[in-house]
Design a protein around this ligand. Structure first.
Ligand SMILES: Cc1cc2nc3c(=O)[nH]c(=O)nc-3n(C[C@H](O)[C@H](O)[C@H](O)COP(=O)(O)OP(=O)(O)OC[C@H]3O[C@@H](n4cnc5c(N)ncnc54)[C@H](O)[C@@H]3O)c2cc1C
Length: 286
């Protein structure tokens, strides 16, 4: 199918883009188009106006400042996946981006687009909640920062207002003695997560778990921060038994649906397996 007719607007600045969103009531932002355009072709969404962010300069960058990675919202998955800075400072994020779709999707899809699309089976949203990412948003009256944990409200639903634009993703650099991983069970290349687990483990000087952060993809209506699993690990010397218990707790916190990717029961089992593996991989990388 081809999309219904629409008008394409290509603003040169963020404020022009916001004015367009304000004045054109039936409008959507276009970033890489890797989620929006397929939905338009299926006529599941048919906005009369598209506000294209691609001409706006200064929305695509990766830099480090004051213990954080700052990533412009129009930075592509490929740029995040192949950035040596991201790989060095937050391997969980580069490993997540490297597993999105295929090369074509990674070349066009953006970090801001995938976060705003808020597919609960998306890879980056789970990493964003595990990594305590903060999302910088520009709107008609003011700029604000939304924590990733407060951003995802439901399937394809976020706390972003209609006239707001995500401009930057801020991710804390992993502390010393940390390892991270993103492990994904999918149905082959170019598929969303049946189950995805983003992990960060930080050890203290004595080798006990100082901090644990786990985000789950594909097993709820939003990405899930598996806090009860994290609590099992924190302050403990990690053993196979404890790691398995964390997997059990994460599985209890998940709330998957049965669909073409598998039954809810299967997904809950896979959460246990992938949480164990993601913790193990993180520990090996410290
Ligand atoms: C074949 C294929 C395979 C894929 N496989 C995977 C996969 O394995 N894992 C995965 O996670 N994803 C996958 N995706 C989705 C992909 O990650 C998309 O790139 C991503 O979901 C959307 O990013 P985008 O830049 O293309 O956004 P768009 O499609 O342009 O926009 C998506 C939504 O976000 C809004 N939006 C975009 N940018 C902003 C912004 N800065 N501020 C406010 N709102 C904004 C748009 O209005 C729209 O509603 C796949 C897509 C395809 C086509």
């Amino acid at each position: 199918m081809i999309p219904r007719p629409f008008e394409l607007h290509s603003p040169d600045t963020i404020s022009e883009a916001i004015s367009l969103l304000k004045s054109k009531k039936d409008s959507k932002i276009l970033a890489g188009g890797q989620s929006l355009v397929p939905l338009m072709k299926l006529r599941l969404v048919s906005p009369a106006n598209l506000v294209d962010l691609r001409r706006i300069p200064g929305l695509s960058y990766i830099k480090e400042a004051k213990g954080h990675l700052l990533i412009g919202s129009m930075t592509t998955h490929n740029e995040v996946a192949t950035s040596s800075l991201v790989n060095k400072k937050c391997m969980t994020l580069s490993e997540t981006a490297s597993q999105i779709g295929d090369q074509q999707v990674r070349n066009r899809g953006t970090i801001g687009g995938t976060i705003c699309h808020a597919d609960p089976a998306g890879d980056i949203p789970a990493a964003a909640v595990a990594l305590d990412a903060e999302l910088k948003v520009a709107g008609p009256r003011r700029r604000r920062v939304i924590k990733a944990k407060d951003f995802f409200e439901d399937i394809l639903t976020t706390s972003l207002r209609r006239e707001e634009i995500l401009t930057e993703v801020k991710v804390p650099v992993l502390p010393p003695k940390s390892g991270g991983a993103y492990l994904k069970l999918g149905r082959g290349a170019s598929d969303l997560a049946t189950v995805g687990v983003a992990a960060v483990i930080t050890l203290d000087k004595a080798g006990a778990c100082k901090d644990a952060r786990l985000g789950l993809a594909g097993v709820g209506s939003t990405p899930i921060r598996a806090t009860r699993a994290e609590d099992v690990l924190k302050g403990q010397k990690l053993s196979d038994g404890l790691v398995a218990e964390a997997g059990e707790k994460a599985s209890e916190m998940s709330n998957p649906s049965s669909d073409i990717r598998g039954s809810a029961e299967y997904k809950r089992e896979m959460v246990k397996v992938y949480v164990r593996r993601a913790i193990g991989q993180s520990l090996r990388r410290i």
